[in-house]
Write a new protein. Structure first.
Length: 361
């Protein structure tokens, strides 16, 4: 595959690296610190040095690009693949590179960009585009809806991808329409639609499989190549490690809040630590049953809820809280809001009382 598409490989790789070339040309005009991450509400919540901002994302995407192309080329079934469907592998990451780096440079030069409005629209267009090509994808192990029932029966594969293509197009249209909803409702719709696009085609494929079973149609398991067997062995080792790591992240970690002599310090597992001088604090409020809103970036688990949040009262604000905390401390400094919630209401109250004494001094 790669030999037949050398020009596509070269052109797509150059496109991925074009933003880095632009960064080199504009190097002296770029700030030393550049915004490289935004929350779902469109607010900047991640910064990087100029070197990483200019070279980091394009290089990372180029590595992913080569990995995707390599795995696709190792699949022997791709020899007879529909060329238009195969073209998606070459052009998705170049488009992502231009889009993500374009936003970064726009922000670096002080231009406004409504990311919260644009992201659902971009996802919608992407799903509509892929949905139109799904019915054209022939059986293979690297493109399309790669579940065992479809891989082991051509009729199942074809029906699943025709149906899946329609579902993805409809899902894309719903995402496009979600841009007219309030932020909280929009986030809910986006999450639900993406989950539905993953689950519905799988359920449909399984229903075909059960129908074939009743009709006595035998599914012959597709033979695996040597590279696929190696990949399965590696997966068998890596997946349990990942699952163990996820389990540790979900149920471990702590938030430690200290009222020092001159500043409040917060040490949080899995999220950035924070220090705020008492002289910078303008107001302190103790609140029960606060609606924290939705997290736009940060870390969330059954135990901890931290990061940049968005609600109707504060807009974008920072939260350090245990999941399910019912009582919170609200601090304001200028236009910034910080909310703290401990697992034990008595501990939250004690921190609030200590802070009142420090700030009053």
């Amino acid at each position: 595959m790669l030999k037949k598409n050398k020009i596509k490989v070269i052109i797509s790789s150059i496109i991925i690296l074009l933003p880095a070339l632009f960064g080199i040309i504009m190097w002296n005009d770029l700030p030393d610190i550049i915004t490289t991450h935004w929350g779902a509400d469109g607010n900047a919540d991640g910064l990087s040095g100029k070197v990483f901002a200019v070279f980091g994302t394009p290089i990372i995407l180029l590595i992913f690009h080569f990995v995707c192309l390599l795995f696709t080329s190792l699949d022997k079934r791709q020899k007879d693949q529909n060329q238009k469907a195969l073209g998606m592998v070459f052009w998705i990451l170049p488009i992502i590179s231009l889009f993500t780096n374009g936003i970064m440079y726009r922000a670096a030069f002080g231009k406004e960009f409504d990311l919260a409005f644009f992201m659902p629209a971009l996802l919608g267009v992407m799903f509509i585009f892929i949905g139109n090509y799904l019915p054209k994808v022939k059986q293979n192990r690297t493109l399309g809806i790669k579940i065992s029932w479809a891989l082991n029966n051509e009729e199942n594969w074809n029906k699943t991808h025709r149906f899946g293509g329609k579902v993805w197009v409809v899902g894309g249209l719903i995402l496009l329409l979600s841009i007219f909803l309030p932020l909280k409702a929009m986030v809910t719709v986006v999450v639900c639609v993406i989950a539905a696009l993953a689950i519905i085609p799988i359920v449909y494929s399984y229903s075909i499989y059960k129908q074939h079973q009743k009709a006595g149609i035998v599914y012959a398991e597709a033979p695996k190549s040597g590279s696929e067997k190696i990949a399965l062995r590696i997966t068998a080792v890596i997946v349990p490690i990942i699952l163990l790591g996820v389990a540790l992240l979900m149920f471990t970690g702590n938030i430690e809040v200290k009222c020092e002599d001159t500043a409040l310090t917060i040490n949080a597992t899995y999220w950035t630590d924070l220090e705020i001088d008492y002289s910078e604090i303008e107001t302190i409020e103790y609140r029960k049953n606060l609606d924290v809103g939705v997290r736009t970036s940060g870390f969330g688990s059954p135990k901890l809820s931290m990061g940049i949040f968005q609600n109707d009262e504060f807009g974008s604000y920072t939260l350090y809280s245990y999941t399910g905390a019912k009582e919170h401390i609200i601090l304001t400094s200028g236009e910034k809001t910080l909310v703290i919630g401990m697992s034990d209401p008595k501990e939250t109250q004690a921190i609030y009382d200590a802070m009142l004494e420090k700030v009053d001094k």
